[in-house]
Design a protein around this ligand. Sequence first.
Ligand code: NAD
Length: 361
Amino acid sequence: MDQEVGEQMGDQVKQIDVAGDVPKAKKCTVIGGSGFLGQYMVEELLARGYAVNVFDIRQGFDNPQVQFFLGDLCSQQDLSPALKGVSTVFHCASPPPFSDNKELFYRVNYIGTKNVIETCKEAGVQKLILTSSASVIFEGVDIRNGTEDLPYATTPIDYYTETKILQEKAVLSANDPESNFLTVAIRPHGIFGPRDPQLVPILIEAARNGKMKFVIGNGENLVDFTFVENVVHGHILAAEHLAQDAALCGKAFHITNDEPIPFWTFLSRILTGLNYEAPKYHIPYWVAYYLALLLSLLVTLLSPILQLRPTFTPMRVALAGTFHYYSCERAKKAMGYQPLVTLDEAMERTVQSFRHLCRVE
Ligand code: NAD
C-alpha cells in the first residue's frame, strides 16, 4: 500500500467476527463501502440479513455489525483478507469523477479492478457485481431510452468514463461459469439522495455564487436521475439472480428511476425546494456549446504559460443540454427490477435532508 493511502487509512483495522452463523451465500464484501452509494449498500444488505465486510481506503462510518478492512484495492495483499469466506463482492469504489488525476483513474478503475477480479478468484468468491455507469455509452449527443445494446462510447465524455469502460469490459469478460465465477455490471445514472456529498452541495454552492442563472437549450431535454436506494436494490437483485446459466451472467444492466425528467426541471426543483431561485434565462444550446469550445481552445493555447481548469467545457454543456435517458427493460425482465421509491418521494426526501443548506432571507 502506498504512503498516501496509508495516511488516509490510519492504522486502525477492526477484526471482530460479526458474521456469526450467516450462511456463506449471504456473506459479502462491499469494496468502496465507505462511499455514498457504498454506505447505502451496507445498510440495505444488513437489513436483508447479509453479513457484511467493508473494504475501503478510509472508514467512513461506524457500525459494530460491519467488519472493516482498510486498504487500497490495487493491492492484493490489502484486499485478500477482506474477501476470505465471502461468496459475493460488490465493487463500488472509484476516485471522484471530477478529479484531474488521469493516472489515479487508470490505476484504481482499471488496474485495480483487474486486481479485484484476480483476488476474488483466488479467494473463491463466486459473484462479482460491479458498479459501472450508464455514461459508458454517452458521447455528448442525444440518447433517448438507450438500451444496453448500444456500443461503448468511442469518444467518452471524460477520462473517468474512459476508465469506467475499461473496467466494465474487464469485469464482464471475466465471467466464467465453468469455474463458478459469475460477473455482472450495474449501470446507474445520476445517483442522488440524502447524504450525497456531490450533486446537491455542488448545486447549492453554484447557486450561492450566482452561477445558476442560465438554462442551456430549451430546458426540455430528459435525463435520468436515480434515487440511491433504487440503485442499491438493483445491485442486490443482480447478486441474487446471478446463477450459472442465468441470463445475467457477463451482462450490463441499466438501473434508473424509470422516470426521466427534464434536466433543468430536476435542478430547479432542488433549488426552489431549498429557497434558491431557479435558472430563468435561456441560452441556445449551440451558442453555449461553441462558447465552451472556444474557451477550451483558448485554455489549450495558453497552457504553456497558464494552467487553467475551466468548468464551462463542451462536455459539461452536452451533459446539461442533451437528452440522455436509458431503458431498464433488461433489468426488469432478467431480475424483476422495479424502482422502490418514486422520483417525487425521492426528491422530497432529498430536499428535506439538505434543509441545513436552505437560503435564509
Ligand atoms: P464515492 O466517492 O462516494 O465512493 C467511492 C468510495 O471508493 C470512497 O469511499 C473511496 O474512499 C473508495 N475508494 C476510492 N479509491 C479506492 C481505492 N484505491 N481502494 C479502496 N477504496 C477506494 O462515490 P459514489 O458516488 O458512491 O460512487 C460509487 C460508484 O458508483 C463508483 O464506481 C461510481 O463510478 C459509480 N457511479 C456513480 C454515479 C453517481 O452519480 N454518484 C453515477 C454512475 C456511477
